[in-house]
Write a protein that binds this ligand. Sequence first.
Ligand code: UDP
Length: 492
Amino acid sequence: KPQDNQLQFLIIPLMSPGHYIPTIDMAKLLAQHGVKVTIVTTPVNALRFGSILDQAVQSGLPICFLEFPLPSTEFGLPEGCESLDDLPNLGLAKELFLAQSSLQQQVEQYIENSEPKPSCILSGTFLQWPAETAKKFQIPRIIFDGMNCFTQMINHVLYLTKVYESVGESESFVLPGLPDRIELTRSQLSFAFNSSGSKEVKEFHEKVRVSESEAYGVIINSFQELEQGYSDEYQKIKEDKVWCVGPLSLCHKDVSEKALRGNKPSINKNECLKWLDSKDNASVIYACLGSISRMEPDQLVELALALESSNRPFIWVVRAGHKTPKIEKWIEEDGFEERTRDRGLLIRGWAPQLLVLSHPAIGGFLTHCGWNSTLEGVCAGVPMVTWPQFQEQFYNEKLVVQVLRIGVSVGAQSVVHWGEEEKSGVQIKSEELRKAIEMVMEEGKEGEERRKRAKELGKMAHKAVEEGGSSHQNMRRLIEDIRNQSSTRNSS
Ligand code: UDP
C-alpha cells in the first residue's frame, strides 16, 4: 500500500453552534490548503450543519464526517438532544459533555484502525478526553475553542495573579500587566473565577487549565492586527505555538454560501435580501443574541420596546425555545408586530447572520458578544451595541467598547449562570437599551468616528485572510509545523 503523505486533521468540536460553525469553516480552509479533514459528529448535528459541508465536498474538498450515535437518554437528556442549544436549560450542559465523552472509545477505535494515523487532533478545552486520546496515540493536540487572544490573556492574568480574590462582588479592579487598562468586576468574570461558581465548576475549570497547558498549541479565530499587543504576548507565553488564522467566516464568499452557514435559516434568503434592499444604507439595527443565551420573556419585551422606540428599521431574531409561546403571545396581543410592520423584520428561529451582517443596509449590531458574532460584526465593519450574558462575553465587550472603540455597552453588570438564565428577570430596561442603540446609530461626530473605525477594522479583517495576509501566512505556518511534526514521528 503506498504511503499516504497527505496530512489529516481530526476535529472533535463541542456540540454547540458557536463551536460547530467555526469548525466547519476551519475544515473548509484546511481542505483548501490540501489537508484532509475528519470531523467527529453525531446524527442530528451532521444533519443540522451538513449543508455547507456538502457544498464544500461537492466542490471536491477532502472533508468528511465521522458520525457516531449519541446516547442522549442514557445521560438524562431528551431524545435527539445533541447540542447545547437544544437543551431545555443550560444547567444540563454537563450531561451533554458527559454524553459526548462516551464517544471516546469509538473515536479511539477509528484512530487505531486508520493508517496513517491522524496528523493532529483539534478540540476545545471543555472536552478533556481528546487530550487523553491524543496522548495515547502520541498525536499533537491543538486547542480550537473559539476564544481570542484578548480573552486568553485575561484568563492568564487571572490565573497567575488571582487579583479577583481580594475584591467584593461588584467592586471593579484592574487586570495587571495588560497592554490596556482593563477593569472588570468579579461578577463579570467567567465561571472559573466568579465567586458564585460551585466547587464542582471550579474543579472542572482547573482541569480545563491543565489540559490547556499540556496542549501542543492553540488556534485562534481572530487576526493579529485586531488585538496586536495581546496576540504578541500570548505568542510569547505559548512559545510561538499560537496561530491566529481568522476571521474564519470570511471563507464564505457568495450569498448562497453565507445564507447556508450554520443551521437552516428560518427565513427565505431572497425574502431577507429583498427586505434589506428596500432599506437605506447603514440604517438598520440587527439584534441577535447568539445561539444559546436565553432570556425571560419580560426582558425580551424590554428589548422589543427599545427597538420600537428607536424609530429605526430593525431585524430582531427571536430564538426558538420552550418559552417562545409567551413572547409570541406578547408580540401578537400587544400589537408589537402590527405597530412595527413597516420597519421591523422578525426572524423567528435561526437567522442567516452572515448574509444579514454583510448587507450594506445594516448600520448597527446589537450582540451578546459571543466571539463568533463579535468577529462577524468586525468583518462587516459595523459598530455594535454590546449586551454580554456569560462566560468570556464580558471580556469581548471590553475589547469592542474600550480597546477597539467600535461599540456602546448597554451596561450589563453580571454574568447569568447556566441553569439560571430563565430566572434572571429584567436586567436591562428598554430605556437603557434604546440609549445605547441611539448612540451607535446617531449621526453626530462620535457615532461617525465609531463607524469609521469599524469600517477600517472590517477592511483589515479581509486583508488578513487574503494571500500574503497575516492569517493566511499563519495558516501556512500551522500546516508546515504539523507536517514537520508528522515526518519526525514517522521517521522515528
Ligand atoms: N448564528 C446564526 N443565526 C442565528 C444565531 C446565531 O447564524 O440566528 C450564528 C452566528 O453567526 C455565530 C454563531 O451562530 O456564528 C454563534 O456563535 P457565538 O460565538 O456568537 O455565540 P454563542 O451562540 O456560542 O453564544
